[in-house]
Design a protein around this ligand. Sequence first.
Ligand SMILES: NC(=O)c1ccc[n+]([C@@H]2O[C@H](COP(=O)([O-])OP(=O)(O)OC[C@H]3O[C@@H](n4cnc5c(N)ncnc54)[C@H](O)[C@@H]3O)[C@@H](O)[C@H]2O)c1
Length: 337
Amino acid sequence: MLKVGVIGTGMIGQDHIRRLTTMLNGVAVTAVADVDTAVAAEVGARIGAAVRATGEEVVADPDVDAVLVCSWGPTHEQYVLAAIAAGKPVFCEKPLATTQGACLRILEAEVAYGSRLVQVGYMRRFDVAYRALKLALDSGEIGLPLMMHCAHRNPSVPGHYRGDMAITDTAVHEIDMVRWMFGTEVGAVRVLVPRHSRNGGDLQDPLLLILEMADGVIVDVEISVNIRYGYDIRGEIVAENGTATLGGPASVAVRRDGWEGIPVPADWRERFLQAYDVELQEWVHAISLGGQPLGPSAWDGYAAAVVSDAGVDALRTGERVVISMAEQPKLYQEAAR
Ligand SMILES: NC(=O)c1ccc[n+]([C@@H]2O[C@H](COP(=O)([O-])OP(=O)(O)OC[C@H]3O[C@@H](n4cnc5c(N)ncnc54)[C@H](O)[C@@H]3O)[C@@H](O)[C@H]2O)c1
């Protein structure tokens, strides 16, 4: 039984605790902490876990084998570094850290430790439709990939959502996904700014993010965050001998009165519900078997930070921004993709 300590018992922390305690096998949540001590106490009492005063105490708890970091982004670095220092596997919700410098400090600590301890919460790699798309690509049946068209559409976003978040919070999932899909880094980015949707008030919405992959594949990502009709994720790979398109999440289609309709998920939680389950179950299995995590690595977290920073630059300047990354440590060259 893998004993997990959870730091941050807010929205995603509680959602992950629900799947760890009611859905998944071979795992128990033994300790929790949150700066909001009332919420930590309520969650701890509900699941019978110890409530610790700080995240560091969760990491140090002898009854904790592995750590789940679900606190706010700017606090991730300190907890991931504490877990590495304690030699405990750590699953960190995205982002790995909020600056490239912080990501590099994590890479350095993990490389000094000598094997992988960190997994970052980019869950699309665990989604059944994305995995089927990658299988179709990797089988070679459509030939060499040339382009990919993606759309990331949200029905609406909260009031605090700023323009940059379209890249750093929303399209960052496509940034991680295409690096995994094509097994190569992003070489340069551009952002095109179409006519603006009045549904978003002053927010510049939609945006078109162009990712030039290092092997010449070009990816376009439509980011629309006030589309109203639902949460809609799309992807189509155009290759030399055919195309492969991401299947929809709907398991029912209704036909009536000369019309066919399928339900559209309300939000990201509904669309990626099962991907989160698979993500954590595979993490629990990998760690319980005494192995290293196989999902997105600290290097992937760093790469996502570099590309999204470049995307923000491209949005602000209107220029094409060439990506410059640190040299990849050997530890991550061997990592499973
Ligand atoms: N993979 C995904 O699709 C996905 C989805 C949602 C959220 N996230 C990420 O998960 C993280 C949390 O997001 P959320 O929506 O649950 O936010 P939230 O505000 O609902 O919860 C965060 C919790 O962390 C606590 N916290 C803040 N600082 C802390 C600290 N120093 N120590 C301990 N606890 C602290 C807060 O009190 C809060 O309860 C963010 O990094 C977010 O980007 C990822």
